[in-house]
Design a protein around this ligand. Structure first.
Ligand code: NOJ
Length: 537
C-alpha cells in the first residue's frame, strides 16, 4: 500500500457498501412494499455477502411522489417502512454483525407536504416562510410565464405556479425534480441550521454516515439566468451552469464536515454529484469537505478497455490530488442495471461478472446495488399501469424511467413474489424467469453470480493488495485491461468477445489464479468477457 498506512486507514477508504433500496429489498408485513423489519431479517444475508456497510435509501415520512426522495419529515420513519424503534433495532443488529449503516440525506428539496412548504404556501410573497424555498414572480404582464426556462430532471418545466391564499394565481416555485419536490434555498440560514440538526439527529442514533442526494444541486445562480441552450437540464454540468455544481455548494459541506467530525467513530459522507469531470468531483472531497463520492464516470464508461481505463485513471488522478479514495459503482436505483447495459442475456451477464472482478480489484471503495449480486437484468416489460417513476408520467411515457431497476428482490421459491414478503403482493411485478435467479437457487450454485460476489468479497478482505492503495497498469495487449497491485496481485480483464493469450512473464512471481469470472481454458488463454485475479495466496 503506497501513501496510506494500512493499519490506520479509515474504513470508508476501502469499504464495500451494499445499497438497500428499501421498498424493494424485503417485505415483512406483506403490504407489497419492503420495510425496515424486512431488512433487519435479511441482515445475515448481507453480512454473508462480505460487505462492510449498508446504505438505506430514504425511509422517512413522504407522500412517495418520487419513491421517498420527497421527504415530509426528516426525523422519523414512514409508517409503510416501520418505526423509529425498527430503525434503532436495525442499527443495533447491523452493528452487532459488524455492518455499518449509512442513511440517505435529501437536502436539495423537501416534499411539497413538508410543514415548511405548507407554511410557504399559506404565507405571502416576500415572507420568511417563502424565503426557505425559491419563489419568484413570473414573467410577462400577468406573471404567467415561468421566471426562467429551467427544466425538471423528470421532464417538463422546473417551475410551478401557486395559488395565493387569496385565491389568485401568484408566484412560481422552483423544483428541479417533480413539482412535489420544491427546492430549498441554501442561502437561507434557517435551512442550513435545520440540516445540521437533522445530521445530528441521525448521528446521535448511531448512523455511520450519509449519502448526499443531488450534492451538486444545492446552490443556484442568484441571477437565475435562462439556460438558453447553453447548458443542459440534466447530466454532467458544464462550467458556469446556473444550478449544477456551483462553487457555493462547498461551504455547506465544510459545515457538515465539522458536524460529523464532532462525533466519535469515523462517520462519513458519500456524495451523489453528477459533475462534468473527476476534477470537479474532487472539489467535493477536499480534506475539510465530504469523504467520498460516487465516481460515476466508471458507471458511464462503455465496455471497452480504453474507456474503462481512462475512467479509472482520471478519477484516481483527480481524487489523489485531494487525498481522497475513489468509490466505484456499476449500478444504482437510477440507472438501467448493468447486465442489461452491457448487452443483456448471456453476454451481458458474462461482462457483468467480469466488471465485478474489475471493480473489486480497483483501489478504493465500491458500492453494490441490491440484486446485482444476483445478476438481475433491467426489467423492460413492466406494464404501464404498474409504473411509478415520475419520469414516466412527466415525459408522457416517452421515457420509461427507473422502475425497471427497482423491482423487488427474488429470494426463494419458484413463483412471484419469490419470498419478497409473506403475501403475494409486490409493488412492482417480478418477471417469472426470476425463479432462476433467486438467492436460494444461487446460494448453492458454484457458478452463480452470487457465489462469484461472495468469493470476490471474501478474497478482497483476505488479500493485502486489495482495498485502498495504488495500481500499476500492465500492457497486456489490445482489448485487455491489466493492472498489478502490491503485494503480488494482478487483475486481467479481457474486454473482447474472443479469447486472448496472456504472456506468462506478466504474472507476479509465484502467483496463480485465485478467482475468475468464467471458466479459463486449460491452455491458459482468457476467454472473451472474462476477468481473472492472479495472486500469491
Ligand atoms: C437522486 C436520487 O438517487 C433519485 O432517485 C431521485 O429521484 C433524485 N435524486 C431526486 O431526489
Amino acid at each position: 500500500m503506497t501513501g496510506v498506512d494500512a493499519a490506520s486507514a479509515p474504513w470508508w477508504r476501502e469499504a464495500v457498501i451494499y445499497q438497500v433500496y428499501v421498498r424493494s429489498f424485503a417485505d415483512a408485513d406483506g403490504d407489497g412494499v419492503g420495510d425496515l423489519a424486512g431488512i433487519r431479517s435479511r441482515l445475515p444475508y448481507v453480512r454473508a455477502l462480505g460487505v462492510d456497510a449498508v446504505w438505506l435509501t430514504p425511509f422517512y415520512p413522504s407522500p412517495q411522489a418520487d419513491a421517498g426522495y420527497d421527504v415530509s419529515e426528516y426525523r422519523d420513519v414512514a409508517p409503510i417502512f416501520g418505526t423509529l424503534d425498527d430503525f434503532d433495532g436495525l442499527v443495533r443488529d447491523a452493528h452487532g454483525l459488524g455492518l455499518r449503516v449509512i442513511v440517505d440525506l435529501v437536502p436539495n428539496h423537501t416534499s411539497a407536504e413538508h410543514p415548511w412548504f405548507r407554511a410557504a404556501l399559506a404565507a405571502s410573497a416576500g415572507s420568511p416562510e417563502r424565503a426557505r424555498y425559491i419563489f419568484r414572480d413570473g414573467r410577462g404582464s400577468g406573471g404567467d410565464t415561468p421566471p426562467n426556462d429551467w427544466g425538471s430532471n423528470f421532464g417538463g418545466g422546473a417551475w410551478t405556479r401557486v395559488t395565493e391564499p387569496d385565491g389568485v394565481p401568484g408566484q412560481w416555485y422552483l423544483h428541479l425534480f417533480a413539482p412535489e419536490q420544491p427546492d430549498l434555498d441554501w442561502t437561507n440560514e434557517e435551512v442550513r441550521a435545520e440540516f445540521e440538526l437533522i445530521l445530528r439527529f441521525w448521528l446521535e442514533r448511531g448512523v455511520d454516515g450519509f449519502r448526499v442526494d443531488v450534492a451538486h444541486g444545492l446552490a443556484k445562480d442568484p441571477e437565475m439566468p435562462d439556460l438558453a441552450g447553453n447548458w443542459a437540464v440534466s447530466g454532467p454540468a458544464l462550467e458556469g451552469h446556473p444550478h449544477w455544481d456551483r462553487d457555493e455548494v462547498h461551504d455547506v459541506y465544510r459545515g457538515w464536515r465539522r458536524v460529523s467530525d464532532s462525533y466519535p467513530g469515523e462517520r462519513t459522507f458519500v456524495a451523489e454529484a453528477w459533475v462534468q469531470s473527476p476534477k470537479r468531483l474532487a472539489l467535493y472531497l477536499r480534506p475539510d469537505e465530504l469523504h467520498t463520492a460516487f465516481t460515476f464516470n466508471f458507471l458511464l464508461a462503455s465496455w471497452d478497455a480504453a474507456s474503462l481505463r481512462s475512467a479509472v485513471d482520471e478519477s484516481m488522478a483527480a481524487l489523489a490530488g485531494v487525498g481522497a479514495p475513489a468509490t466505484w459503482v456499476l449500478s444504482n436505483h437510477d440507472v438501467a442495471r448493468h447486465v442489461t447495459r452491457y448487452g443483456d442475456g448471456q453476454l451481458g451477464t458474462r461482462r457483468a461478472r467480469a466488471a465485478a472482478l474489475l471493480m473489486f480489484a480497483l483501489p478504493g471503495g465500491a458500492y453494490v446495488y441490491q440484486g446485482e449480486e444476483l445478476g438481475l437484468p433491467e426489467v423492460t416489460e413492466l406494464p404501464d399501469g404498474a409504473r411509478q417513476d415520475p419520469t414516466f408520467f412527466r415525459t408522457g411515457g416517452a421515457e420509461l424511467g427507473r422502475d425497471g431497476c427497482r423491482v423487488p428482490i427474488p429470494w426463494s421459491g419458484s413463483e412471484p413474489p419469490f419470498g419478497f414478503g409473506p403475501s403475494a403482493a409486490s409493488w412492482l411485478p417480478q418477471p417469472r424467469e426470476w425463479a432462476e435467479l433467486t438467492v436460494e437457487r444461487q446460494a448453492s450454485d458454484p457458478g452463480s453470480m452470487l457465489t462469484l460476489y461472495r468469493n470476490a468479497l471474501s478474497l478482497r478482505r483476505r488479500l493485502p493488495a486489495l482495498g485502498d492503495g495504488q495500481l500499476a497498469w500492465v500492457e497486456a495487449g489490445q482489448d485487455l485491461l491489466a493492472f498489478s497491485r502490491e503485494p503480488g496481485f494482478l487483475c486481467i480483464v479481457n474486454l473482447a468477445d474472443r479469447p486472448a493469450d496472456v504472456a506468462k512473464e506478466l504474472l507476479p512471481t509465484g502467483a496463480g489464479v485465485v478467482l475468475a469470472s468464467g471458466p479459463i481454458d486449460a491452455d491458459g488463454r482468457i476467454p472473451g468477457a472474462t476477468a481473472v485475479w492472479f495472486a500469491r495466496d
